[in-house]
Design a protein around this ligand. Structure first.
Ligand SMILES: [Zn+2]
Length: 417
């Protein structure tokens, strides 16, 4: 068998290399998922760092949910890998292309209308994948998520991430202690701050709490009001008593049925620590580096695509012996030929992004704001912890943003620059 492959024409080699690579990635990720499942099965207690913000009931609920999801992911992943392999081996792509040709010819478009044949092909392929994927997603929605009562949260997240920001209202941060402290911190690291805004929108997920934007010497900082303890759209003067821990209902928090009786936002020093992290991204050039990398990547992809699209053997490898449709070329090159490059790139980007996050945390730490950042991170993440423990290898491969626990441990661990 192997000898046959080595003696085979280049088209066959391309074809089998694609298959082998795809299975290699599949097996690697299945191995990682297996490691992570072991964590779900064996981690029975809330990590001590999170003892104050996560009760054992929530922890157990989330653990069982993740375990079910991961087991389901194993079967659905195996199915889709096997399906993809069968499609390739049985020549599903050229077959579907041929069917699309027959259909378009029915409507009076000959083979010279490649664009209409491509459209029909896309439609058929979408229908096919929807049809074969439907049972899996139905099972996921109606059995797993129903059982654990988690599906509503997805809708809330979508709302918070995509819909709510459309209605964001920006107001300048009023003069006061926080404003002057932010200004002096910016000055200390030469950050060209021009304005500070607060977004009013209490119903958002806590993915993002502060960011900056603007070009060159004209930067603005935006803080979400959910970050700020002392800020409320209904500004009630005289009620500001930072650090007393008194039971304070924050406006706009009515959606939760059980009463929330903890202060939501961060104290001023904590806000500054969070900003220290964000400004660290700026000072260390992370934003610029990300832009440069993504530009270089798109340039490289277009260049390689232009070189490869003319290679007949790529088409022959996937069963296209006498035609070279552009759509099929796009599919072969971006989906199959580039897949090793894409895997490598996405791994490097994940590693880099994690590094940037740890560096930004270390930046805030070097400003002497380590303990404030620690408590701020805990406050800001307590509502979206999910299952907080991850296998290190699984986390390194999948999480471009290190999980809370890893950040907390890095903050208290030995300093590294
Ligand atoms: Zn960051």
């Amino acid at each position: 068998m192997l000898q046959e492959i080595f003696a085979s024409p280049v088209e066959d080699k391309i074809f089998y290399a694609v298959l082998v690579f795809s299975w290699t990635v599949y097996i690697w990720e299945a191995y990682l998922a297996c490691r992570q499942r072991k964590i779900y099965r064996t981690t029975m207690h809330v990590p001590t760092e999170l003892g104050k913000i996560m009760d054992s009931e929530t922890f157990e609920k989330s653990r069982l949910y993740q375990l079910d999801k991961s087991n389901f992911g194993f079967w659905s992943g195996l199915y889709s890998e096997a399906e993809g392999t069968l499609i390739l081996l049985l020549g599903g792509i050229p077959f579907l292309w041929k069917v699309s040709g027959i259909l378009t010819a029915r409507f009076g478009f000959g083979p010279e209308y490649e664009i209409s044949q491509s459209l029909v092909f896309l439609m058929l392929a979408t229908l096919f994948s929807a049809f074969t994927g439907l049972p899996w997603s139905l099972y996921n929605t109606f059995v797993i998520e129903e059982k654990h009562g988690f599906n509503q949260q997805i809708l809330v997240t979508i709302y918070a991430d995509y819909i709510a920001p459309l209605f964001d209202k920006f107001t300048p941060l009023p003069d006061g202690e926080l404003k002057s402290e932010i200004e002096s911190m910016s000055k200390s690291i030469c950050f060209p701050l021009t304005k500070i805004y607060v977004v009013e929108g209490s119903k958002r997920s806590s993915h993002s709490n502060a960011y900056f934007y603007g070009f060159f010497k004209n930067k603005r900082i935006v803080l979400f009001d959910t970050l700020l303890e002392d800020y409320s759209p209904l500004n009630k003067p005289g009620e500001k008593e930072p650090g007393t821990g008194e039971e304070n209902e924050v406006a706009g928090n009515e959606s939760k049925t059980k009463p929330k009786n903890k202060k939501q936002g961060c104290s001023n020093p904590e806000v500054l620590a969070v900003l220290g992290h964000e400004l660290g991204h700026w000072k260390l050039g992370h934003t610029v580096k990300n832009i440069v990398i993504s530009q270089m990547n798109s340039f490289l992809c277009f260049f390689l695509f232009a070189v490869l699209i003319g290679r007949k053997e790529l088409f022959v490898a996937f069963g296209f012996h006498d035609t070279q449709p552009t759509l099929i070329g796009l599919m072969i090159i971006f989906q199959f030929i580039f897949s090793p490059y894409n895997e490598l790139l996405s791994f490097c980007l994940t590693v880099l992004s994690r590094r940037f996050e740890f560096q930004a945390d270390a930046f805030a730490r070097n400003m002497g704001r380590s303990s404030e950042l620690y408590s701020a991170l805990i406050k800001l993440n307590k509502d979206n912890l999910g299952f907080p423990v991850a296998d290190w290898l699984f986390s390194m491969w999948h999480y471009s943003h290190p999980p809370l626990l890893e950040r907390l441990r890095a903050l208290t661990g030995p300093k590294q620059d």
